[in-house]
Design a protein around this ligand. Structure first.
Ligand code: PEP
Ligand code: MG
Length: 323
């Protein structure tokens, strides 16, 4: 992990590569407290707000009003920048203590997680969407659905969102009538459907933490297999390339919000396949911006063809370690 004791005033707002390509660096927000370092380090918005934390710390679902106030505290300081609020991604490693007794999941990462949970608790899902679009009134709001594994799920989620927007309009409640809608690409099946998912969304966000886990069958929380959890594994590199190829000229709307976006070994590869948007932990922003501003797209494209020809992790590591 990258951490830097940079002075906030040293961190530029705009980031460009040596050969003048604009790259956006946004913040991942877990807690309200993360908003301050995000603004201090000049994040160009929030690429991922993980909305599960207010749900995890309570022993009940937070009300629409409680959520509305929380989301406002993220949107407000970001002013005109884009803010992406992700709907609930509980399940997996983020269990709700008040539900796990009633709904035990034998294999949580393959179970009732992310969008599946939201569909299973549709009233909770609707309340969350209402709170999000209300807080996004007159703001650049993106709504992101986690753990999308089929186009069907995306269409269903969009349908619920449309109903919620209609409801709020009927009730005459102030809200953002046209939030941008996005899907996480973090389940291997979504990689193969990426062009269809891109066609039905305004943006996509690659969650490398889960994507690596599911591609390599290596639990991201299990220390014994941490050594296997590598975004520079040849199969992961090829999957990332397939995502970029699959979205074609919509690549500018794709961001990387998983840990690979702050990994110095991965940043050049991601730039090389066309990624121009990174969302990273606030404290990683200075180093990520600094790294990007020292790179050229030309070199990173060369790196991509080199790495994609490699067959083993060892080969990739020895190349990245020495080049
Ligand atoms: C990811 O899976 O890479 C991601 C950004 O989402 P989370 O870490 O919240 O699962
Ligand atoms: Mg994830």
């Amino acid at each position: 992990l990258l951490h830097a004791a940079h002075e906030a005033r040293d961190v530029p707002l705009r980031t460009t590569t040596v050969d003048n390509q604009r790259v956006m660096v946004q913040a991942n927000i877990n807690l309200i407290n993360d908003v301050t370092p995000a603004t201090q380090y000049n994040a160009e918005g929030v690429g991922l707000y993980r909305s599960e934390f207010p749900f995890i710390i309570r022993n009940h679902f937070p009300s629409e009003e409680e959520q509305y106030l929380i989301y406002q505290r993220i949107l407000e300081p970001m002013k005109d920048h884009e803010v992406v609020l992700r709907t609930l991604d509980v399940g997996g490693d983020k269990q709700l203590s008040h539900l796990s007794d009633i709904e035990p999941d034998p294999n949580p990462f393959l179970g009732f997680r992310g969008i599946r949970f939201s569909f299973g608790h549709e009233d909770v899902f609707r309340e969350q969407l209402r709170a999000m679009v209300r807080a996004g009134h007159r703001r650049k709001l993106g709504i992101l659905f986690p753990m999308i594994s089929s186009l069907d799920e995306l269409l269903k989620a969009r349908e619920v969102l449309s109903e919620v927007l209609q409801e709020l309009a009927d009730e005459g409640i102030q809200h953002n009538p046209a939030p941008r809608v996005g899907a996480m690409i973090e389940v291997p099946s979504a990689v193969d459907l990426v062009s269809e998912l891109a066609a039905c969304t305004d943006f996509l966000s690659i969650g490398t933490n889960d994507l690596v886990m599911y591609l390599l069958a290596a639990d991201r929380t299990n220390e014994r297999v941490q050594d296997m959890h590598k975004a520079h594994h040849p199969a992961v590199l090829r999957a990332l390339k397939r995502i970029a190829d699959g979205v074609g000229n919509r690549i500018s709307t794709v961001s990387v919000c998983g840990g690979a976006g702050a990994d110095p070994w991965m940043i050049p590869f991601l730039l090389g396949i066309g990624i121009r948007k990174f969302s990273v932990e606030p404290r990683q922003i200075p180093v990520v911006k600094d790294l990007i501003s020292k790179m050229t797209i030309r070199e990173s494209r060369r790196l991509v063809s080199k790495l994609l020809s490699m067959k083993t992790v060892a080969e990739v590591e020895s190349y990245l370690g020495t080049s």
